[in-house]
Design a protein around this ligand. Sequence first.
Ligand code: UD1
Length: 326
Amino acid sequence: MGSPAIRDNTVLVTGGAGFVGSHLVDALRPNNEVRVLDDFSNGHREYVPDDVTVIEGDVGDEDVLEPAMDGVDLVFHQAAIVSVTESVDDPRHSHETNLEASLKLLERARHEDARVVVASSAATYGHPDELPVTESASMDPTSPYGVQKLALDQYARLYADLYDLPTVTLRYFNVYGPRQQGPYSGVIATFLEQARAGEPITVEGDGSQTRDFVHVSDVVRANLRAATTEIVGGAYNVGTGERTSIRTLAETVRTVVGSSSTIVHRDPRPGDIRHSRADVSKARRELGFEARIGLETGIRALVNETDLGVSIDSDRPVVDSPSDQR
Ligand code: UD1
């Protein structure tokens, strides 16, 4: 499976000043002309290097979207309201951002004939019947966020089928790593902040719910593979294939930080899924992607501020079974 590096492309990263998007920009920018479209609702200017063109605005605003997409070869669509809780509190607002704006982007991509790598989510599965969850599992999201990502995920497939638009969809499991911050950020960022401050670590529910935590550098690598794969129109789980309970996570974070925080329990979260763990075989087979960073390594790197960044030149696909030898 050959997978040429991404070079000399004009690339748009929506949400490029945000958590996942800004790491992607770091990986792409040495070899490509990179643009960032971000409304800075959750992004940070200091995450974007000075030589990258920043367009400030909403993906859903066509006056902003059209010039941002003008002449692009490749789009990584990361902009979203990523918080399940926020979507439960205000479904219409998250619908506009996560779905309506995304549809405008897909339309614009048709006009430009640009490849689109779409950020979807494990939240599309809801409560999976079986773990690990495969891409062909039934999809019954438990939150507006999950419904919005499911619709986007299906639109991406449909745009490939109906209009020959080269789309690749990545269903992110629980992404963590540097630059994840803010009141609605992921549980690892929250627990780290609490442990560092010596405040109680707040476990929602009994803590037996599980997640597949994947480091952002692995997510960047999955995106790079999705940008060059010859197989378009598909959706891929992006996880590690391991799952960890939230209670265990709280204890691990406390230990790695060396904190004396207590662990307290709160009410479970409405719309929360119970268990999540990716079947990673399709991504390995078709994208040559496999996560490299285990949870404890990733948390230690976060605490010690060790850079686990990824460069296009260092990324090589995994080829580990005969079916990979295309
Ligand atoms: C996360 C992502 C979502 C992604 C999905 C894929 C964020 C904010 N959300 O949703 O974008 O599509 O994974 O699976 O990154 N929890 C606590 N205490 C806290 C915070 C959270 O116990 O202080 C628990 C929650 O109740 C939940 C689990 O930790 O059971 C994970 O929560 P969270 O990090 O918000 O992620 P998801 O809702 O899984």
